[in-house]
Design a protein around this ligand. Structure first.
Ligand code: ADP
Ligand code: MG
Length: 315
């Protein structure tokens, strides 16, 4: 099977949109950006063994490769529109590509995202996706928008994906609910959109809450205090781990793809309304303070030091 056959198979399965003037098939895509909107562009690569366990199914790899990019668009408050897919594979395996597309296109179709181009090469398994979305000019949510006194919120539950990874690496049985969160993260696109005009700063949690909130703090020139006991936990995580391990997964585990955002206390009911509209739970987990860095506290006010602070490549 040649590169061109793969591309033809991919093209045959893609749904398009009216703003795609030229999709797969020419030297480049030709896309119509709506008037008065800004284009929001995010790229993320998934490498086998680093960003997903080697044994992950091709459909789950496809889903996750797009999900992590839609999560970045969500964190900007953008509406996803288009994506490109750069696929490096060790063999020309049509069944693998078909299964990969099952997961990828399921999520793309759910968000009306058109696959408009890409690249197909031979090499170690690696998937690079670029996602494009729109925001009305000036309305993007930035990391730099936090203010002293703002409340810090997170969506969904934290630590589930990291919990699955711990179980997997220990060779023990992996809880299916946790595994689902590792393999099929849910990008919080509707929530990100609903938070425009409400949230000051926003980021998606990919490397662990403390690490990612640290980016908000540096970009905003401020510090943050987190209440460990307020971090949302799923029933599956609670039953699988003791309290101390669970808290460290919630505070520092990677791969959550939840949103962490800030808003003034006076906007509390607006945040809650936005979350209801988006159909996502949100929890108030801390406050932005003067200073630098993130401090997590136990119920008794004592600072808590995590065993590790989130995933870093080249560390
Ligand atoms: P070129 O040599 O000009 O880069 P390619 O043969 O790589 O052309 O690509 C031909 C067309 O197929 C282009 O429109 C490209 O965007 C698209 N394409 C290639 N690989 C993929 C892929 N994995 N997913 C989607 N579109 C792809
Ligand atoms: Mg090419």
């Amino acid at each position: 099977m040649l590169e061109f056959d793969h591309i033809a198979r991919i093209r045959a399965r893609c749904t398009t949109r009216s703003d795609v003037l030229l999709g797969i098939g020419d030297d480049a895509a030709l896309l119509q950006v709506p008037a008065n909107t800004q284009l929001v562009v995010a790229t993320d690569t998934l490498n086998a063994g680093v960003h997903f366990p080697e044994a992950t199914s091709p459909a789950d790899i496809g889903w996750k490769a797009l999900a992590v990019n839609l999560s970045d668009l969500a964190a900007m408050g953008a509406t996803p529109a288009w994506c490109t897919l750069s696929l490096s594979m060790p063999e020309a395996d049509a069944a693998w590509v078909d299964a990969f597309l099952d997961g990828f296109l399921e999520l793309a179709d759910a968000h009306r995202v058109a696959l408009v181009g890409g690249d197909t090469t031979r090499g170690p398994l690696s998937v690079c996706v670029t996602a494009h979305g729109f925001v009305e000019a000036g309305s993007a949510l930035l990391r730099s928008g936090a203010r002293v006194g703002d409340e810090i919120w997170t969506s969904g539950t934290l630590g589930d994906a990291a919990g699955a990874l711990v179980q997997l690496q220990a060779g023990s049985a992996v809880d299916p609910a946790l595994r689902e969160r590792l393999d099929r993260p849910t990008p919080r696109v509707a929530l990100g959109r609903a938070l425009r005009g409400i949230a000051g700063a926003c980021i998606d949690i990919s490397d662990g809450l403390l690490a990612d909130l640290g980016h908000v703090c540096s970009a905003s020139g401020l510090g943050a205090e987190i209440e460990l006991a307020a971090l949302p936990a799923s029933a599956a995580l609670r039953s699988a781990f003791d309290e101390e391990s669970r808290r460290s997964l919630q505070a520092t585990g990677g791969d959550d793809y939840e949103l962490c955002f800030t808003a003034p206390e006076t906007m509390r009911s607006d945040v809650e309304r936005a979350a209801r509209e988006a159909g996502v739970e949100v929890a108030r987990v801390g406050r932005i303070v003067a200073g630098t860095g993130v401090v997590a506290r136990r119920e008794n006010g004592e600072p808590w030091t995590p065993p590790r602070r989130g995933y870093a490549h080249f560390a």
